[in-house]
Design a protein around this ligand. Structure first.
Ligand SMILES: [Ca+2]
Length: 498
């Protein structure tokens, strides 16, 4: 009964009325430039002077989240405007094989007359798709090998191997600088037509190796340690976390070292941001361009004994989101916005036809008062253990696959340390309460057959060895990918040392 009542409240909270039509403040069919980072938690913009300036001058969303806090599924949400599960995604590594990319926002924008480009990271498992170039992209220069190129010749940070419109090409240089250079050229070539340009950086993802010019810039600079670092009272947490705490790992040095290097990695992205803003100015395109800065998921530096992501806690699910254009008045919306809202936003800006569960942010960009979602659902199915969570402005409710349940009252417990926790017998995914989100977008065409690489529901935990996906922070040895831990893979290991 209690569950039924809670579910009903959640469904009511999640219902949102349609937005109203908006006054024309933004340019028509603007260029859209997305600066997309990997594993950047929301509270890190101070390390980035250019992006901080964009945040001050533009629209800085203070409550921006992802619906799945790991790379591949979150990126599917970005491209599709739908929660990953609604797109049939059940794994992190291998997400590229599961995703039906024929209906992405790139396809919609290209059909609407936009030049489109993706430089950087696509989806986990793209290597299995190579040399294919997904539909919708006029220009495609993406990491060919993903995690499999972490420590090879060069790496993803330096001299990366790219799929250059479907041809393998080893690039020479620091990857953030390369993508900035490609973006400058792309902007120059397309100055006379609308374009959609996505720079999808590897930084600040592991391995934590900054550009030489940034090494040591943040040495010794890290935020105050939160009380949730080495959390002592774990009665509200799943037994999995107690095991982790008993490992005896000393998280202090991880916090200090990882934060420092992570911020140095962000400096490389910030340099790229500065170059792109300058290129827009050079071509007199600033007034007609929307610049978006965000990330695919956050990262925990030891909060709740977790060094990694994929968790339902704030540090994993919360990401920066800045939208900048000279046409926008600066403000800081408090609405709960999601990664799946971006594709519908781009579609509305471009006047493109697009159907998704996410909601366009255009009314919020224009400071219009519209009814908005009061809660949202987060799903974790490619981390240490499957979970479903609901977060509103007031509370977070978490249901782990093991049967453990947690509830936090966020205004009184922002570090999620004093929740109520209990375990129910026989916990399984199928016993979790019904979903808020639809399992498939309305009117969605039938899916294409999946590739042979990733059978649905069978994460390849044994095959994804050099992950970094949810693995511990380490700049010395390849982190283990903790994919599919809830389905028979090993529980999280002891975090490595930086
Ligand atoms: Ca990521």
């Amino acid at each position: 009964m209690q569950r039924l009542v809670l579910t009903s409240i959640v469904v009511l909270l999640a219902m949102s009325a349609p937005g109203t039509s908006t006054a024309a403040v933004l340019p028509k069919r603007p260029n859209i430039v997305v600066l997309y980072t990997d594993d950047q938690r929301w509270d890190t913009l101070d390390a980035m002077p250019t992006v901080s300036r964009l945040a001050r001058e533009g629209v800085h969303f203070r409550n921006s989240f992802v619906t799945t806090p790991v790379c591949g599924p979150s990126r599917v949400g970005f491209f599709s405007g739908n929660p990953a599960r609604a797109e049939g995604i059940t794994v992190n590594e291998g997400a590229a094989s599961q995703y039906d990319d024929r209906h992405s926002i790139a396809v919609a924008l290209q059909e609407a007359g936009y030049a489109t480009a993706l430089f950087g990271k696509y989806l986990n498992g793209y290597r299995d798709q190579f040399p294919a170039v997904p539909p919708g992209w006029s220009e495609w220069r993406v990491f060919r090998d993903g995690y499999f190129d972490l420590f090879g010749r060069g790496s993803l940070h330096q001299d990366p191997m790219l799929s250059w419109n479907g041809t393998a090409r080893r690039a020479s240089g620091r990857s953030e600088d390369l993508f900035a250079e490609y973006a400058e050229e792309f902007i120059a070539r397309n100055a006379d037509r609308p374009f959609f340009l996505v720079l999808s950086f590897w930084a600040p993802h592991v391995p934590l190796i900054p550009a030489e010019r940034h090494a040591g810039k943040f040495e010794g600079f890290y935020p105050p340690k939160p009380p949730s670092l080495e959390e002592r009272d774990l009665r509200d947490k799943s037994p999995l976390f107690r095991q982790q705490a008993e490992s005896g790992i000393d998280l202090d040095p991880i916090w200090e070292r990882a934060w420092s290097v992570y911020q140095e990695l962000l400096l490389g992205v910030d340099d790229a941001a500065a170059r792109i803003v300058a290129a827009l100015q050079r071509h007199a395109l600033s007034e007609n361009t929307i610049v978006v800065f965000t990330s695919d998921n956050g990262f925990q530096f030891g909060e709740h004994w977790v060094v990694g992501k994929g968790m339902p806690y704030e540090e994993s699910i919360r990401v920066p989101l800045v939208v900048w254009s000279p046409a926008l008045r600066r403000h800081t919306p408090r609405e709960l916005v999601l990664n799946i809202d971006l594709a519908p936003t781009f579609a509305e800006l471009a006047g493109a036809s697009f159907e998704a569960q996410g909601r366009s942010l255009v009314p919020l960009l224009k400071r219009r008062r519209v009814p908005w979602r009061r809660a949202f659902e987060v799903e974790g199915f490619a981390g240490v253990e499957d979970f479903r969570a609901v977060r509103s402005g007031l509370f977070k409710w978490i249901a782990w696959q093991s049967g453990h349940r947690e509830v936090y009252l966020l205004p009184f417990d922002p570090y999620e340390m004093r929740g109520s926790g209990r375990s129910v017998a026989g916990g399984e995914t199928s016993r979790l309460p019904p979903r808020i989100t639809r399992s498939r977008p309305r009117g969605a065409p039938s899916r294409r057959p999946r590739g042979p690489g990733s059978p649905r529901g069978a994460p390849r935990c044994g095959e994804a060895r050099t992950g970094g996906g949810n693995g511990p922070v380490s700049s010395g040895t390849p982190p283990r990918e903790r994919v599919g831990g809830g389905r028979g893979c090993a529980p999280p290991g002891r975090p490595g040392t930086p």
